[in-house]
Every structure is written in C-alpha cells, then in structure tokens.
Design a protein around this ligand. Structure first.
Ligand SMILES: C[S@@+](CC[C@H](N)C(=O)[O-])C[C@H]1O[C@@H](n2cnc3c(N)ncnc32)[C@H](O)[C@@H]1O
Length: 221
C-alpha cells in the first residue's frame, strides 16, 4: 500500500476497526482512487459528487494538500463518516443532498465515481449537464462508471450492484448501466473532449474512466 493511500485510510481509524479496515480495502483494492489522484490539480476546488464516505477526498488531501475540497452525497450516514474523517480539516466542505437538485458550487475539477448508474439515462444526462454548468472553463470532469456491453464483467457488475440496492446498501429504484459509447456521447454533446480508458485492474468488473475536458472558451456558434 502506498504511503498516501495509507494516510488516506488512517483518517478512518477513529471511526472504528470496521470503518478503518473497509477504507483500507477500498482505497487499496479499487484502482479508481489512485488513478483519479493522478489527474488532480494542485490548486483550486475539487467537487466530488456522490462522495460516499469521502475516500477520494481523503486521498486528495494526502496528495494535493492545497486543494479546496467539497463533497456531497444524499446518504447522510456516509457523509457523517466522511465528516468524522475529514471534518476537522481546513478547506473541506461536506454537503448532504441529491445531486439532481442540490445547488452545486463552482469547481475546477469534478469527480463522479460509481454514481450515475443509480439513476435512469435521462437523469444521468441531466446530472452531467448540471456538472458541466458549474465546471470552470478548462476544467476536467472525471466519471468512473460501468459499461453494459463488456460480457461477463458487465454481468458481474450489474448483479453486484443490484444486490447492493436490494439489501439497502444503496438507495435507488434499480441500476442503469449504459454502453460506453452512450456515456461518451452524453459528455460530448455537452461540448467536452472525452478520453476513455479501462479502470478496473484487480477487479472482475466492467468499469471505465471517462476523462472529459471543458474547453477554455465556449465554441463559436
Ligand atoms: C458506489 S458509491 C461511490 C461512493 C464514492 N463516489 C466512492 O467512489 O468512494 C455511490 C454513492 O453515490 C451516492 N448517490 C447515488 N445517487 C445519488 C444522488 N442522486 N445524489 C447524491 N448522491 C447519490 C450514494 O449515496 C453513494 O454514496
């Protein structure tokens, strides 16, 4: 385990042995966190939507200490854990609310990791438009989510997420994974330049990372 990952996980020690162990497992076992950390700017505001327990924010604080951090999630229990880990830190704000309606602050980078698939495609598109609206010109939106057309990997991901919703670990009416091309197009129609790469090493799941950059100036009509 790298030192930043260990420092990020150790913030959860005070929340108990289970919370600490879970944070260690997630931060070291899921490639999303370390991969996204490589994209983080040194300064400005990072907005992490659907931040859950705040694992990415905790890692961001470890690797880019000058960043302003804003996390939001509609699950108050998860935000409470994020608050316990990060609440005493300067330049950290944690909000409880629904991504589809909460006022979002402006940000230089926005991350949305494993969140979109809890809502149907038309709501995913509306959320992406809301995110792009608050993203600074020249800023980057990072979306990690599963694709629906990667065979067994897609099936395993769908089943595991359906189970998580069924047992109440996640709220929602179902799970809505899309073909990679559909998500790419949803970002491109918003004017973003998009790169897509697998983000699933060490897992059996069909996850992708979409790196979507907003132009520095609006395209001429
Ligand atoms: C699989 S977890 C991922 C958490 C975090 N992004 C991470 O990667 O560690 C999905 C998160 O999205 C949140 N979420 C789902 N739908 C949401 C919505 N409409 N508004 C706000 N948060 C939402 C859930 O509460 C949950 O914390």
């Amino acid at each position: 385990m790298s030192l930043p990952i260990q420092r990020a996980a150790d913030r959860y020690r005070a929340a108990g042995r289970f919370a600490h162990g879970f944070a260690r497992g997630k931060l070291s076992g899921d490639p999303a966190y370390a991969t996204v950390a490589e994209h983080l700017p040194s300064q400005g505001t990072l907005l992490d939507v659907g931040c859950g327990e705040g694992y990415l924010l905790s890692l961001a604080r470890a690797v880019k200490p000058a960043l302003e951090l804003v996390g939001m999630d509609h699950d108050e229990r998860r935000v409470a854990l994020a608050q316990a880990a990060l609440g005493g830190e300067p330049r950290v704000e944690l909000l409880v609310g629904d991504l589809r309606s909460l006022d979002l602050p402006p940000a230089d980078m926005i991350t949305c990791l494993d969140v979109l698939h809890y809502m149907p495609p038309h709501e995913q598109d509306a959320v992406l438009a809301r995110l792009v609206a608050v993203l600074a010109p020249g800023g980057t939106l990072l979306v990690r989510d599963g694709e629906s057309e990667a065979g067994l990997r897609s099936t395993l991901l769908r089943l595991s997420e359906q189970l998580a919703v069924a047992v109440g670990r996640h709220r929602g009416d179902g799970v809505f994974f899309r073909p990679a091309q559909a998500l790419r197009q949803a970002l491109e129609v918003l004017g973003l330049a998009v790169e897509v790469a697998p983000c699933r090493d060490g897992t059996p799941f069909a996850n992708l990372l979409f790196v979507a950059r907003k132009p520095t100036e609006a395209p001429s009509p």
